[in-house]
Design a binder for this molecule. Structure first.
Ligand SMILES: [Fe+2]
Length: 268
């Protein structure tokens, strides 16, 4: 198999510049670097990432551009995330395979190759940490907001199937927060109920109880307003399958009322 590693990551704007990360988020900064070290050790041929800020209406989009290049000014924070250059290779062949695998099971999965497309910051912030030298191809995937969690999980299963069958060493990353009732004030914690949900969900992942995590997700994603309605997590669970991976918890911090965990899932 060549799906070697999966990551759950976050992307609070404060992580754009390391020297601006506040004290209460230092555990995540360390987690980003642990995740980068894992990638460096593995030397993968490609990183596939789904972002909870790449939100699309009807289709599951897979970015098949041979090169991702541009300057990101984030719609959500045009003053703080402004004109950030990026340049990473893509993997057109694998991206096309991922979309085809979705179509194979009747899902509206679409590969696109559009040089004017600009990444979202949910993609860019983790990728800047994971691939600091810009030397590993990236494929970014959307969260399709008209897809149910079940459909999204199914797409994740198809992605996992393609990555396992690939001759390339692959890493899958999911970028998004868990609880996500945003409030003004970067240091604000999630509510006690939301934090309890985050803790339980993380515990299930660390214990390898992916079936229980999947059973919890529909109710939890509504109660805690999980980012992207829980779709970035549903895809991750679909990719992981049931038993092949051992999860390690790397860190958690709040950001404007959201709960931000980092985990690595290593093949057993
Ligand atoms: Fe976000």
């Amino acid at each position: 198999m060549s799906l070697e590693l999966a990551l759950l990551s976050t992307h609070a704007p404060s992580f754009l510049h390391e020297d601006q990360v506040p004290d209460f988020q230092q555990s995540i900064l360390k987690a980003f670097h642990r995740q980068r070290e894992k990638i460096e050790q593995l030397k993968p041929h490609v990183l596939v990432i789904i972002s909870s800020h790449f939100l699309t209406n009807w289709n599951h989009y897979v970015n098949a551009a041979p090169r991702h290049q541009g300057f990101l000014t984030a719609r959500e924070h045009p003053d703080t995330i402004a004109n950030i250059p990026y340049d990473y290779p893509g993997d057109q062949e694998l991206a096309n395979e991922l979309a085809a695998a979705g179509k194979e099971v009747g899902l509206p999965a679409v590969a696109f190759n559009e040089s004017t497309y600009i990444w979202d910051y949910g993609t860019l912030i983790p990728v800047r940490y994971f691939i600091p030298n810009g030397d590993i191809p990236v494929i970014d995937i959307s969260c399709n907001m008209s897809a149910s969690l079940e459909e999204t999980y199914r797409f994740g299963q198809q992605i996992g199937k393609v990555l396992r069958a690939s001759k390339k060493r692959t890493v899958f990353a999911s970028s998004g927060a868990l609880s996500h009732h945003l409030t003004r004030g970067r240091a604000n914690m999630p509510s006690l109920l939301e934090k309890a949900g985050d803790d339980k969900f993380i515990e299930l992942l660390v214990e390898g109880k992916y079936d229980a995590a999947w059973a919890m997700l529909p109710q939890y994603s509504v109660a805690a307003d999980v980012e992207s309605g829980g779709r970035h997590v549903a895809v991750l669970l679909g990719v992981l399958g049931l038993e092949e991976f051992k999860a390690s918890f790397l860190g958690y911090a709040q950001s404007s009322g959201s709960g931000n965990p980092h985990l690595v899932f290593e093949s057993k």
